[in-house]
Design a protein around this ligand. Structure first.
Ligand code: ADP
Length: 497
């Protein structure tokens, strides 16, 4: 029996998970990664550490399972997206630190691109809204930091890659320099229609094409590695959210998943045609699989599980996140209390960076449980807003929403989410959907699994939360939520504006 190795290259940790044919986890190893914050808003990692930790956890997982490289049928890589690495083609030495997706150092550079009137064309070509989040301005920053870096890049001495690209380059001893479509789609340099780097954008941003990796589909043998003592195909890769969409079996247009972590990441498969959003969502490649490319709409909620951490760490209302479930069930409703956790502004569909956290509707009878429940409900309301935008953009009515991520363990939240969006919430048994998705992409490419039907049969549901609430009550609650959002909006606008 052979296994599939998922190299889960996250932001907080490098993990390796070995899956068997039934999609069951056979071994797992994990190592924390260092994240540094050298200046306000700056976030960096050490690219060497990312590679070395990833290699170490893979050896560790093999050892734990009593396996060798011979037992691995293929490798799949799900990875943190947008993080930008530049390295020397000869020595493999990174040019400075990896600039992590969260890093805001290029916020002004992104604003400058908007002022140059590039927003529309970039949006049309890449599906993205110009932002420092994506790799393009991070790469510009590295190139402009000192003249010698740009000169070396221009004469072909330096290479650029996102994390999967960097790992594949290292796994092949510097032979293969490729990037997978869904990762390329987050660079803001990649044309999601032609599936190639966009010459106009490269020219506008002054990025030397020769440093860019070769874009390849998410499923298919992209390289082979011998670092585990046998020749193993690297046959799958995808950005973490896209990998989770695949791992959640959202293969058909209209199928969607929401990951309830620190923030929420909602992705809906829109099929083989990219859908342009009119509601501030991103259009992105879901995956290139089986000779076709699927696209997705993506919307994120900045503060989701983080609101629960806030209850615990800043307000001291709870000791643990898990406790919120029992507290919320203790009462019938929040008694009209709403929390809008706009701590860092509001994302889609509001895009209000001046909104701030707001708690409204309190009376003399409001207690701890009401506030805790309002915080949990805020995750569901924010998700409902993004879903509505997705349905409006795509014209597709959702039939079910698949849930994963840390806060999806909360039964109250899942129940309330189903009530407020009016469709069933499906929670899978295996919550490692990101690693599983990349394992599936790899396994399908090498015939370890035959087709997606086989994968569907592998997937076990833990619980389905069917909506119980009346349409009338749902509308009333949403209406009041939107009134609460109005209270939060624009709060931090500077006084002179
Ligand atoms: P990330 O990958 O973003 O670090 P995780 O998927 O590990 O996040 O989920 C952690 C988040 O989920 C935390 O913000 C935490 O507050 C929240 N969380 C974890 N368990 C629960 C729970 N039972 N109820 C509500 N929130 C929870």
């Amino acid at each position: 029996m052979k296994y599939i190795m998922a190299m889960d290259a996250g932001t907080t940790s490098a993990r390796c998970i070995l899956f068997d044919h039934s999609g069951t986890i056979c071994a797992m190893a994990q190592r924390e990664l260092t994240v540094t914050f050298p200046k306000e808003g700056w976030v960096e990692q050490d690219a060497r550490e990312i590679w070395e930790a990833q290699l170490a956890v893979c050896h560790e997982a093999l050892q734990k399972a009593g396996l060798t490289g011979e037992d691995i049928a293929a490798i799949g890589i799900p990875n943190q997206r947008e993080t930008t690495i530049v390295w020397d083609r000869q020595t493999g030495e990174p040019v400075g630190p990896a600039i992590v997706w969260q890093c805001r150092r290029t916020a002004e550079a992104a604003d400058a691109l908007k002022r140059r009137g590039l927003a529309d064309s970039i949006r049309r070509k890449t599906g993205l809204i110009i932002d420092a989040y994506f790799s393009a301005t991070k790469l510009q920053w590295i190139l402009d930091r000192d003249k010698s870096v740009r000169a070396r890049a221009e004469c072909g001495e330096l290479l650029f890659g996102t994390v999967e690209s960097w790992l594949i380059w290292n796994l092949t001893g510097g032979v293969v320099h490729c990037t997978e479509y869904s990762n390329a789609a987050r660079t803001m340099l990649f044309n999601i229609h032609t599936l190639d780097w966009d010459e106009d954008i490269l020219r506008e941003l002054n990025i030397p094409r020769q440093m860019l990796p070769q874009p390849v589909p998410s499923s298919g043998v992209m390289a082979e590695t011998e670092v585990f003592g046998a020749r193993i195909p690297i046959a799958g890769a995808a950005g973490d959210q896209q990998a989770a969409l695949f791992g959640q079996n959202c293969f058909e247009p209209g199928e969607a998943k929401n990951t309830y972590g620190t923030g929420c990441f909602l992705l809906m498969n829109t099929g083989t045609q990219p859908v342009e959003s009119r509601n501030g969502l991103l259009t992105t490649v879901a995956w290139g699989f089986d000779g076709t490319v699927s696209y997705a709409l993506e919307g994120s909620v900045f503060v989701a599980g983080a609101a629960i951490q806030w209850l615990r760490d800043e307000l001291g209302l709870i000791h643990s996140a898990a406790e919120t479930e029992e507290l919320a069930y203790r009462i019938a409703d929040t008694g009209g209390v709403y929390l809008v956790p706009a701590f860092v502004g509001l994302g889609a569909p509001y895009w209000d960076s001046y909104a701030r956290g707001t708690l409204v509707g309190m009376t003399r009878g409001t207690g701890r449980a009401h506030i805790v429940r309002a915080a949990l409900e805020s995750l569901a309301y924010q998700t409902a807003d993004v879903l509505e935008a997705m349905q409006n953009d795509s014209g597709i009515a959702l039939r079910a929403l698949k849930a994963d991520g840390g806060a999806s363990r909360n039964n109250f939240l899942m129940e309330f989410q189903g009530d407020i969006v009016g469709v069933p919430i499906v929670r899978p048994q295996c919550v490692e959907t990101t690693a599983l998705g990349a394992a599936y992409l790899a396994g399908l490419a090498v015939g370890y699994w035959n087709d997606v039907e086989e994968i569907r049969r592998n997937t076990a549901t833990d619980r389905i939360f069917a909506p119980q609430m009346s349409q009338e009550q749902r509308e009333r609650l949403m209406k009041d939520w939107h009134r609460a959002v109005q209270c939060a909006s624009g709060w931090a606008v500077p006084a002179d504006r």
